[in-house]
Design a protein around this ligand. Structure first.
Ligand SMILES: Cc1cc2nc3c(=O)[nH]c(=O)nc-3n(C[C@H](O)[C@H](O)[C@H](O)COP(=O)(O)OP(=O)(O)OC[C@H]3O[C@@H](n4cnc5c(N)ncnc54)[C@H](O)[C@@H]3O)c2cc1C
Length: 377
C-alpha cells in the first residue's frame, strides 16, 4: 500500500489540507465507490481505511508537534467519504476518536509510539465508549469491571458491539473499578490479548461492513503503560465534546448525498415531486446553517464546559434529525428506484437510522440536553 501524503502532523496548513482532501476525493472515486455494495453486505474495507488514514484524513484533528490541530479538516474528510459510504465514514470516526484518546493518554507509549502507527493507518482501532457514555449519563450500568493488580488492572465483562475491529485491532474501553464506586479506568483493549474473545454480532439491517464484534473479557490484564486515563471520569468530560462533534462529519456526508439524490430526481419527476413536503432547497438551507455552526464549534471542541457541551449536543441532535429527514425525503423523491435494494438511497435510509441510534442516540442526546437545560422528562 502506498502512502500518498506523509501523515506528518506539521502539514496542517490550509494549502496542505486541500491537498489531503483532494487525495481523499480521488480515493473515494477510485477505491471506495466500486465496493460500497460489498461493504453494505459485510466486507470490512481495511485497505481503504489504511489508505485514507495515510493521507492524514483521520489525524488532522490531532495536535501537530507545533501544537496546532484542525478538527474542521477531519470533519470535511469524513463528510467526503460518507457521501459515498456511511459505513466507512463511521469507521473513520472510530479511528479518529481513538487517535484522540491515544494522544491524550497518560502513557507515553500510547501517546507517542502507538499514536504514530495509528495516525498513519498502520494499525487500526475503535472506541468501546457507548456503555460508559450511557453510564456517565445515568442511562445504564457499567459492563466492564476492573480489579487492581500489582502492575495495572485485571478486567472482566462483556460489550455487545464495538466497530472498526479485527483480530489484531484494539479499542479504547472503560471499566468500573471494583470496591471504588466513583472510580473508572480507561485502557487500551487489544483484540488478541489473553482473556479476550471477539465474537460475531447478530446480522444488522445496515453497517454490516464496519468490523463490529462483541467482546468478552475474562481476566484480561492491562499493564500500566496501556492505561489511557485513571481516573477516567474527569478526563472523559474534557474529551467528550470532541467525541460527539466528530460524529457530525459522518452525518454531513449522508445528508449531502441525500440532497443530491433529491436533485437527481428533479428532471424526470419534478412535475410530481414538487408536491412533496420536504424539498432540496429547504434541506440545503438547514444543512448549511447547521454545518456553519459545526465548523464554528470545531475550532475548539475540547474542554469540560457545560456551555460547549450543550452546543455540541444540540448540533449532534440536529445531525440525527437532518439525516433522518434527508434520507427519507430522498426515498420519497426517487420512488421505486430508491427502493431497489442495491440503491444508495435505500442504503442511506439504513445508515441514517444508525446515526440516530448509535451512542449518543437521539434519546440520550435529548436527556443530556434536558439535564443541562435543567428540565426533566
Ligand atoms: C452496527 C453497530 C455498531 C456499533 N458500534 C459501536 C462501537 O463501535 N462502540 C460502542 O461502544 N458501541 C457501538 N454500538 C452500540 C451503539 O452505540 C448503541 O449503544 C446501541 O446501538 C444501543 O443504543 P441505545 O442507546 O439506543 O440503547 P438501547 O437500544 O435502548 O438498548 C439498551 C441496552 O440494551 C442493550 N441491547 C439491546 N439489544 C441487545 C442485543 N441484541 N444484545 C446485547 N445487548 C443489547 C444495548 O446495548 C443497551 O445497553 C454499535 C451498535 C451497532 C448496532
Amino acid at each position: 500500500m502506498s502512502t500518498l501524503v506523509s501523515p506528518d502532523h506539521s502539514l496542517h496548513t490550509e494549502k496542505q489540507g486541500l491537498t489531503m482532501l483532494d487525495h481523499v476525493k480521488h480515493m473515494v472515486a477510485t477505491d471506495l465507490a466500486p465496493i460500497t455494495a460489498k461493504i453494505d453486505e459485510g466486507f470490512y474495507p481495511s485497505d481503504v481505511m489504511r489508505s485514507l488514514a495515510a493521507t492524514g484524513a483521520m489525524s488532522a484533528h490531532l495536535k501537530s508537534p507545533h501544537g496546532d490541530d484542525d478538527f474542521c479538516l477531519t470533519l470535511n474528510a469524513m463528510a467526503l467519504v460518507s457521501r459515498v459510504c456511511g459505513s466507512t465514514g463511521f469507521m473513520m470516526w472510530c479511528q479518529s476518536v481513538c487517535g484522540l484518546y491515544l494522544q491524550n493518554a497518560s502513557s507515553t507509549y500510547l501517546s507517542q509510539t502507538l499514536l504514530e502507527d495509528h495516525a498513519s493507518g498502520f494499525t487500526l482501532g475503535g472506541t468501546a465508549l457507548s456503555n460508559p457514555m450511557k453510564s456517565f449519563a445515568g442511562i445504564e450500568k457499567f459492563q466492564l469491571f476492573a480489579t487492581p493488580t500489582s502492575n495495572g488492572y485485571s478486567i472482566r465483562g462483556n460489550l455487545p458491539w464495538v466497530s472498526n475491529l479485527g483480530p489484531s485491532h484494539y479499542c479504547a474501553a472503560i471499566a468500573q473499578v471494583l470496591d471504588d464506586p466513583g472510580r473508572q479506568v480507561m485502557f487500551l483493549l487489544r483484540c488478541d490479548g489473553d482473556g479476550v474473545q471477539l465474537q460475531p454480532c447478530p446480522k444488522f439491517s445496515g453497517m454490516e461492513g464496519t468490523g463490529t464484534y462483541a467482546l468478552h473479557l475474562k481476566n484480561y490484564e492491562v499493564a500500566a503503560d496501556e492505561i489511557i486515563a485513571d481516573p477516567a471520569g474527569p478526563w472523559i468530560k474534557r474529551i467528550r465534546p470532541a467525541f460527539v462533534l466528530l460524529q457530525t462529519g459522518w452525518a454531513a456526508g449522508i445528508i449531502q448525498a441525500s440532497i443530491a439524490s433529491i436533485r437527481a430526481a428533479e428532471k424526470p419527476l419534478g412535475h410530481v415531486n414538487c408536491h412533496l413536503v420536504v424539498q432540496a432547497d429547504e434541506l440545503e438551507t438547514q444543512y448549511e446553517t447547521w454545518w456553519h455552526d459545526v465548523m464554528k464549534l470545531a475550532k475548539d471542541p475540547l474542554g469540560d464546559r457545560d456551555d460547549l457541551f450543550l452546543k455540541v449536543l444540540k448540533a449532534r441532535a440536529t445531525a440525527s434529525e437532518l439525516c433522518l429527514t434527508a434520507a427519507q425525503a430522498a426515498l420519497l423523491h426517487q420512488g421505486a428506484a430508491g427502493y431497489v435494494m442495491s440503491s444508495p438511497v435505500q442504503r442511506r435510509i439504513r445508515e441514517s437510522h444508525f446515526v440516530a441510534i448509535v451512542t449518543p442516540a437521539l434519546k440520550h442526546l435529548r436527556k443530556e440536553i434536558a439535564r443541562l437545560e435543567d428540565q426533566s422528562c
